[in-house]
Design a protein around this ligand. Sequence first.
Ligand code: ADP
Ligand code: ZN
Ligand code: ZN
Length: 751
Amino acid sequence: MLVQVALPVPLYRVFDYSVPVGENLPAVGCRVEVSFGRQTLVGIVVSHVATTEVPHNKLKSIHCRLDATPILNEHMLSLARWLARYYHYPLGDVLAVMLPSLVRQGKPLDLLITHWRILPHVTDDDFHANAVKQKQQFDMLRLHGERGASEDVLLLEGMQRTFLKTLESKGLIERYIEPKSAPKPVSLAKMPLDLNSEQQLAVDTILAAHSAQSYQGILLNGITGSGKTEVYLQAMQTVLEAGKQVLILVPEIGLTPQTRARFASRFAANIVLLHSGMSNTYRMQGWQDCRTGHAQIIIGTRSAVLYPFANLGLIIVDEAHDVSYKQQDTLRYHAADVALYRGVQYEIPVVLGTATPSLEHLKLVEDGKLSECQLRTRPGLAEPASMQLVDARLQSTHQQAQDDGARFDTGLTDALIAAIRQTLEAGDQVLIFLNRRGYAPVLLCEACGWQADCPRCDAHLTVHYRSNQQSKYSNYLKCHHCDWQAYIPTACPECASTNLDAKGMGTTRLSESLHALFANPQTSKTLYPIIQIDRDTTRRKDSWEQIYARINEGKPAILVGTQMVAKGHHFPNVTLVCLPNADRGFLSADFRSPEHTAQLMIQVAGRAGRGDKSGRVLIQTLQPDNALLLKLVKDGYLAFAQELLHERQIMGLPPYSHAALIRCEGKSLAATMQALSDAVAALPAGHQLAVLGPIDAPMTKKNSRYHAQLLLLAKQRPQLHRILDQWWPTVLDLPSAKYLKLTLDIDPVGW
Ligand code: ADP
Ligand code: ZN
Ligand code: ZN
């Protein structure tokens, strides 16, 4: 008998190895170490076979097996096979994506739970007077008592691994593995709320699937602030009390601590957080805790959906429409789709919660593949915020004097400014959403029209500038696509004119304008804090907490934020939300842009009136007659989405067809276009796909590389996959594709 091993190499196949004579065959799902070419690799045994096509003298035997028992069970292996088939990605690479890096490297799984403790006979006398450092480290360990502590914890506290080894070699301390005790049953830490009837119906729907032990996909379609979390919590309670694990996916790493707090205050349970910011050791520990059942509530971002679970009972995908659930490189999976697959695997309910369902999910409801529960009311006193359009064509926008006396257009209409002032004077907070960080999006020469562009991308450089700081560290130009940076020139490189002007408005400039209006003793009686929330102001580790603390004081203030503020946050005192130019996305060339723009607008609008006071939302626009925008504002997101669905159906676009996007990247545009043309020519005769392209990608040049793309649309999904199965490997082998990077994206979310 031989083993077939999946290896982390970009080849669409598995590899046969023999096993040294006299040794047992490693079970399917075990890791083995093998030689591959001149490398030594760690792979996973995926099957046992009796024969091989590899000639006898070429057949190699495995170096060693790394696990006594399988680390991946049949569920995990069939998940891997499904991912490989569906996303047309090599099985070995799929497994590499699924496994935490330490597992992938072949580290023993119990490596993590190494504990250190002081040996019983040791006293202070065992130390030389001059071994101060050693004594210090020893005392740190002593603080943990006779059972010591895990190596992870000790290293976090500042202990050094070398000292642990030294103390060990001197016979003062020892390492041991603490067997993890079975987790205590989950208990309630706080009483649940009384559900309203819509919430009750949703909980009942989830629990019906739970008690029938059957798969059910449920779209929990609830307006912002309708109490989706309470539905999750009460459904979870029953599932957890039955001794099952619950997986909660959240879109953003920034949301995990907040989410954790909400769950931890309800349940006394082992809660594990999984996100990309964790150390490798912690990640492996989390993986183990999920696999052994030690973790009872698992909160994670996208990749948590690929973890092994001992006895999963419920999956919740919060903000299920969020595009960050789609992985944008390597294995381009969509975590919500994988969640549904896993629901089928484990025969459990999967809840997709959102206020703005994606068109794909609405279509699944229409097709009867998801059941839908709606939450149309807010439980508190507050009515959902009303939305109003402000016509920026009729109103003059506010002019702001600059330091040099020139005036600049703040882009805020007088109506908007008046509403902001009124809200602040009433003691409430205002949120202004501007999805563009930095000072201004363009630096323009007024004399000759030169613009500061990125030398590596088809993009303008963003002006980063603070008028109260002259330091070169706060004033610079930066490309937001490739991070290229430059100083702000004092004269135009083309015509030497010094008449250079920052055009347009980013969050920094908007904050400065608002500062001049609402926080300047010369213009304003009361001074209101302006709180800027974007990636530039939240980079430091604790900055979010500080910003939160300032907002939660509840005093009148203006928050200026990018899409970071759109998701999940709870700002109870915000009663006015302004969107000065959020509607631009309705004009984009990407057919998905209106959907994503509307989702973002509704999410931002949902920040208004979440406490007991009602809120309002002002959308300032230059296109107040835009039919889609009017539909959204007048009839709400669902009616708007139905309209978009209708358009997609007429045009045969997803979700009424199934898409595969092929991207090609190389050093010249001509080469990438040629490869994609050859790919089109290689499509099987009579393929019946709609072929769009090849065309140059929306941002053709990025980071000095050129990008072209090709979109394939199929009426039926099996038809698409059948063609891709045979065609994609031949595309990768095209002579013209040799020095290019080709990628395949199934169900792309944008292009
Ligand atoms: P969503 O996630 O749908 O935007 P949340 O779950 O944040 O909404 O709920 C909004 C607020 O309503 C929260 O403060 C929550 O505690 C409260 N809430 C939810 N359900 C109820 C209920 N049945 N009775 C009273 N308050 C509730
Ligand atoms: Zn010029
Ligand atoms: Zn760039």
